[in-house]
Design a protein around this ligand. Structure first.
Ligand code: ADP
Ligand code: MG
Length: 567
């Protein structure tokens, strides 16, 4: 027998799609405020949004009739006919969000239309109206959502710890703020205000109030672009790069979106300035004709499909590329590698304009750095006679020995050389107290896991504290690490922790230092530098793997080649 689902059941099913966690409910409520023309909103959560989510806006408000209708399924004021679907400019138009949220919580609504004398109050339990009346309230709308999922225990089980849900909700507020610099967003978590953006229309000021000056100073503004697809905003210097795609914010016509086309274009613009496994940070606003993209692929409305992918890719790629070019040498530093001496000790390059391995690779710790011991003498693997053929595909050295052809990954080789040196000088952890606490911009999940692991970090010499929704204050850090590397190191540690690993923090710190130096050094294509590096790899057989476990060199023998050619 075919049965028609009751509206309550249909709403519960829809609720699962639309509001899978408090952050999703908050996102919907904030989008409604924006759609109502609000210029300011306050979002408040308690206990990760499970016990309370409250969004107050100064938008146009609702009439008493609309207030009741708003919670009915497929109730929307944003779509009058099917044609409207094509070029809909508001954030939501499925008319599902309020019904879905209300179905799984206790809701209170207070709203007053602009210019009207009285307001309306409405109370719902599990989607059913329990009270409806007149109320005195300011113009605009306040929606309070309590006890989310109280009537759906199965959903409740999927919720993470409060701090994780709170981080996700904060991230939603951060996105809402970055999406609309003209909207002032206030975020209050468990009674404490953690973010307040000015709403003055300036994206830079908005970024400043979310992440702090530290991050803003390392952002490159995108040049003005014309054309059908226009891109504006900021992209981060390579030094800000993360080990995961955190803090890549893309907005299309003011909506936060995810798209492989956009990430690919961004990351392609950094080709040659980042090691693989490092991801740039950005906040990009893209505008294009409304009929050339589709944003409602997914119920959460974050996946986007473009009609002209190539044009979008090119616009983003060119804008970011140009921004980095204009940022100059800091975005693409040209650094030579240090000469290699057979004793194993590097000799600093003498020219002032070309920092040595030491300058680039070794931080300025409080005490003197132990001098690197020479590599242990190991018998060479094969005949030492080798010849550098040259560099191919900007990054690989070809070396010939009598028995084989070697392909050396320049970056990986540099990284390994520097790491070995640091490792050789290993000594107990030292913590360096920073003169001025350093603000480190982090994404919600990064922040959440690091504060959750504070004790673990303290063992390694970190002293950290939460500063805001997107920032951590660092008062002390492991002694080996250069202060400017602290943000990258923390984000690296965060992503390892997020992937379920407990890194050896000492090793992480050293790898970070080695990796950063290697990126810079890997740019050199001077013949003598390449000879030196090839020599190091060919004459030190344990330089086979870089600290991340990637191979440094590959060996192709005559018989390998023969096999390939079917000889
Ligand atoms: P949608 O946003 O897709 O229309 P929702 O369920 O999110 O569906 O909202 C239903 C309707 O309720 C909206 O179309 C709008 O008319 C009204 N509404 C919701 N939130 C607000 C608000 N903060 N201010 C004014 N009207 C609102
Ligand atoms: Mg909506």
């Amino acid at each position: 027998m075919i049965e028609i689902l009751s509206p309550q059941v249909a709403n519960l099913i829809a609720a699962g799609e639309v509001v899978e966690r408090p952050a999703a409910a908050l996102k919907e409520l904030m989008e409604n405020a924006v759609d109502a023309g609000a210029t300011a909103l306050t979002a408040e959560i308690r206990r990760g949004g499970v016990s309370l989510i409250r969004v107050t806006d100064n938008g146009e408000g609702m009439s008493p009739e609309d207030a009741a209708r708003a919670f009915m399924r497929h109730a929307t004021s944003k779509l009058r006919s099917a044609e409207g679907l094509q070029a809909i400019a508001t954030l939501g138009f499925r008319g599902e969000a309020l019904a879905a949220v209300a179905a799984v919580s206790r809701v209170e609504l207070l709203t007053r239309r602009r210019g009207e004398a009285a307001g309306t109050s409405l109370t719902l339990e599990a989607g059913v109206v329990t009270a409806h009346g007149e109320a005195g309230c300011p113009e605009g709308t306040t929606i309070v959502v309590r006890d989310l999922f109280y009537n759906t225990p199965a959903r409740q089980k999927f919720l993470k710890k409060d701090s994780t849900e709170a981080a996700a909700a904060q991230e939603a507020a951060v996105r809402a703020a970055l999406a609309r610099p003209g909207l002032s967003v206030r975020f209050i978590k468990d009674g404490a205000q953690t973010m307040h953006t000015p709403g003055d229309g300036d994206l830079k000021n908005c970024l400043y109030s979310v992440f702090g000056g530290e991050l803003v100073r390392s952002l490159c503004p995108l040049p003005n672009s014309g054309g059908e697809v226009r891109v504006s905003g900021f992209t981060g210097l390579p030094a800000l790069a993360r080990s995961a795609r955190f803090m890549q914010y893309f907005f299309v016509e003011g909506r936060p979106v995810r798209s492989r086309v956009l990430t690919a274009a961004l990351e392609e613009a950094y080709a040659g300035s980042l090691m693989s496994g490092r991801f740039p940070v950005c906040c990009l606003h893209i505008s294009m004709p409304l009929e050339t993209f589709d944003i409602n692929v997914h119920p959460a409305k974050s996946e986007i499909k473009f009609q002209y992918e190539r044009a979008v890719f090119d616009a983003v790629y060119n804008a970011c590329r140009e921004a980095l070019r204009q940022a100059g040498p800091e975005a693409a530093p040209a650094v030579r590698i240090a000469p290699y001496t057979p004793s194993g000790g590097p000799v600093p390059v003498l020219s002032a304009s070309s920092p040595s391995v030491y300058a680039a690779g070794v931080p300025r710790p409080a005490g003197p750095l132990p001098s690197p011991p020479p590599p242990p003498p190991k018998p060479p693997e094969e005949n030492l006679a080798w010849r550098l053929i040259g560099e191919v595909m900007s990054g690989y050295l070809l070396v010939e020995t009598p028995e084989a052809l070697w392909i050396i990954d320049k970056h990986a080789a540099h990284e390994r050389v520097i790491f070995n040196r640091l490792k050789a000088g290993e000594r107990p952890f030292l913590s360096q107290q920073l003169l001025v606490p350093r603000a480190v911009a982090l994404s919600g999940p990064e922040l959440d896991i690091l504060t959750g692991e504070r004790a673990f970090l303290e063992e390694a010499g970190f002293d950290i504290d939460v500063m805001g929704p997107g920032a951590l204050a660092v008062r002390a850090a492991p002694g080996d690490v250069d202060e400017s590397d602290i943000p990258a190191l923390l984000s690296e540690i965060a992503s390892l922790l997020l992937s379920g690993r407990r890194p050896d923090l000492r090793d992480e710190a050293m790898q970070m230092v080695a990796c950063k130096a290697a990126v810079k050094l890997g740019r050199s294509s001077q013949r003598e530098d390449m000879e030196r590096l090839a020599g190091l790899v060919m004459e030190t057989p344990d330089l086979r793997h870089c600290p991340h476990g990637r191979p440094v060199a590959m060996r192709l023998t005559r018989s390998d080649l023969g096999r390939q050619f079917g000889r």
